[in-house]
Design a protein. Sequence first.
Length: 224
Amino acid sequence: MQVKEKQGQHQLSDREVVERVLTGEKELYEILMRRYNQKLYRVIRGYLKDACEVEDAMQNTYLKAYEKLYQFHGEAQFSTWLVRIGINEALGWLRQNQKAAFLHSIQEDQPDQQLLELPDTKSMNPEINTIHKEMQLLLEQAIDNLPTKYRVVYMLREVEEMSTAEVTACLAISESNLKVRLHRAKTLLKENLYQLSASRDVFTFGSKHCDKLVNQVMARLQQV
């Protein structure tokens, strides 16, 4: 059964949803997944580039978070707690694939997540829409070319718009370290590409992918 947030459910806090899931309303776990699919995707996408690997890592993250749900006591935001599990899952994936050099560059400073925004394309004519897509692709490629420790910070802080406190908590780095890395990331991006970062269209986790991931995880949970 698919459970999108119905009237009244969107008013439930993350903590309330967690408590109800723990008392047996397993189907409500879908609410948390739909709330944080985009954020988790962008975090893991900061480490992994292969689409299949990203989705597998997301699925494993949700399953592990469900298994450890009783450990969530509300000291931090649920999103921060979930992101840390996602980061560990991404790093584990890198280890499994023996990407030692790549992993070394990431472990020093674990990443956060945040993306950008571009104008709404619904009212654009086909020519403008094509230009918009091309600019979005260029921006995504420019971000992909950043070293991992800078890319993750940029994704979390600038694209996903997580707060400084959230990012430092997720990555276990100091505020000053975060500022240095963010400044370096912006410097590495060419100024003309960075001007495009007024949009949240890049690296989107669309509804089709969202539904697929939610259905896969919920199907697995029905077997638990």
